[in-house]
Design a protein. Structure first.
Length: 494
């Protein structure tokens, strides 16, 4: 068994100044911290790092603990245009148990989740105006983190009603992606991802319907987790988008912190045994990798080979096989799964919000406007037919995530995104084309209601890339532990 140490690094690297921050649950000053940072192979002390600057940095403690990924960040505004937090409220909340297992951690909350005493704006001005009453109680995931000892630092920007993946809000602006300045942060949980990447919060809650946690995690160089559908309560204190796909997920800068949050968010929560002896069978989702551009495909395949080669993770893997996740059991090829997702999602979105849209005629931004216009035209009969095929997809994915010979769980490696994030301000045709490729990758876990974790793949240059692992239904805890080992293997084997 391998012990997963609690995270040691919780540093705010937005500026190399003498500002206090939390490290191992105690406040220290940056000029007193003695660490070595390797930036593109050049050892330097952290206090000497030039700021503002964007760079992927590997940090290793003096006691030899596992490295983690942090950012040397540009100046990212907290609110206003380019900011990651909403302007309409200051939704800070103290932990209900200051001595809980997450004591010392801070978290941010996507603005479609309720924080008691504050309004929920959903990234849409008309929604905010027509829902003036503050929330009476916290959404269950918010309450869970507060009860575990974490402190809430505010509510974050998002795409309108969570129905976009770019992170570009027509009304409130686009949060600056600190990991790839000039590139979109991804959405719809854009502000939550940026808040973590920029060091404003240790972790952040988001919602994921078609990729709204996984995509911004990949674009911002973070770890992100979409739990098994229904494991985390997304039915109370959460504005829905498409309920049969909606989950509450979370972001962290490292997989160990992501795991710690899982101990609070996945019921029953509490102190977990931090040792595990995971033996797993792995598979490369061949047809998913074919959806990537050539450079991304090569980079991510090489990352899987390195991580699962000689080393602690490779010793646990029962060998990698290549599979196509689409086309089995009478299902359509993977490239067509998004069409099923789109029909079911649009029908559910209109059921959830159609009456409000018809009554208030909100002014939506580009893309969101067209999606709402089309949603009302999807019939129940069309959605029912798509749902039947969805059941076949879920059954096929269930078979794919179990090794037929051994009966053991099989974890699928696949790209989180078909490529790096687009440049901000890309034309509509480019955005729509990339979005469609992106959704072909993220639809699989949503259709099958499976958990998916994404971890950043270290690169010497260029915007971030994410590598995902999908597990069988209900294996969230094992998947989070596997993500820890995967992140560790990728960082230790650059």
């Amino acid at each position: 068994p391998v012990e997963i140490a609690p995270p040691r690094w919780g540093m705010d690297m937005r500026a190399a100044t003498c500002r206090p921050f939390v490290l191992a649950e105690r406040s220290i000053r940056l000029d007193h911290l003695r660490i070595r940072a390797r930036i593109r192979g050049n050892p330097r002390t952290a206090r000497d790092l030039p700021v503002p600057r964007r760079s992927r940095t590997t940090l290793r403690g003096s006691d030899g603990d596992a490295p983690s990924v942090v950012d040397v960040l540009p100046d990212v505004p907290r609110t206003g245009k380019g900011g990651c937090f909403v302007d309409h409220c200051d939704a800070r909340a103290a932990p209900t148990d200051p001595d809980g297992p997450l004591a010392g951690l801070t978290f941010a909350v996507k603005d479609n989740l309720d924080v008691a005493g504050h309004r929920t704006g959903c990234g849409q001005p008309t929604w905010l105006d027509t829902h003036p009453e503050p929330a009476r109680q916290h959404a269950p995931p918010v309450a869970s983190l507060l009860a575990a000892g974490a402190a809430c630092v505010g509510k974050t920007q998002m795409d309108e009603l969570a129905w976009a993946l770019q992170g570009e809000n027509h009304h409130y602006g686009t949060p600056i992606n600190p990991a790839a300045v000039g590139h979109i942060p991804g959405g719809s949980s854009s502000g939550s991802a940026v808040a973590v990447a920029a060091g404003y919060a240790d972790v952040a809650l988001g919602t994921d319907t078609a990729g709204s946690v996984r995509v911004p995690a990949s674009y911002c160089g973070l770890c992100g987790f979409r739990p098994t559908h229904g494991r985390v309560d997304a039915t109370r204190g959460c504005v829905p988008l498409a309920p049969s796909f909606d989950v509450v997920g979370w972001f962290a800068r490292d997989a160990t912190t992501m795991l710690r949050c899982g101990s609070a968010l996945l019921p029953p929560w509490g102190a977990w045994d931090t040792t595990f002896d995971l033996r797993f069978d792995g598979a490369i989702a061949r047809d998913a990798f074919e959806l990537c551009d050539e450079e991304t495909r090569a980079t991510l395949r090489e990352a899987v080979a390195r991580a699962c080669g000689p080393g602690p993770l490779g010793e646990r893997a029962g060998g990698l096989v290549e599979v196509d996740i689409g086309g089995g059991g009478g299902t359509p090829p993977l490239t067509e799964w998004w069409n099923l997702f789109r029909v079911i999602q649009a029908n559910e979105v209109w059921r959830a919000h159609g009456a409000w849209v018809s009554e208030h005629q909100p002014r939506f931004g580009p893309g969101v406007k067209e999606r709402f216009e089309g949603a009302g035209g999807v019939t129940d009969a069309e959605a029912d037919e798509a749902s039947k095929t969805r059941d076949a997809v879920a059954s096929s994915m269930e078979s794919t995530t179990v090794d037929e010979a051994t009966g053991k769980d099989r974890f699928l490696f696949l790209p989180t995104s078909p490529g790096p994030p687009l440049a901000s301000g890309a034309d509509a045709q480019t955005v729509e084309s990339f979005r469609n490729r992106q959704l072909r990758l993220t639809a699989a876990a949503g259709l099958a209601r499976l958990p998916q974790a994404t971890v950043p793949v270290p690169r010497r240059s260029g915007p971030p890339l994410g590598l995902s692992v999908v597990g069988p239904r209900g294996t969230d805890e094992a998947l989070l532990r596997l993500a820890c080992e995967l992140g560790r293997a990728l960082m230790e084997r650059p």
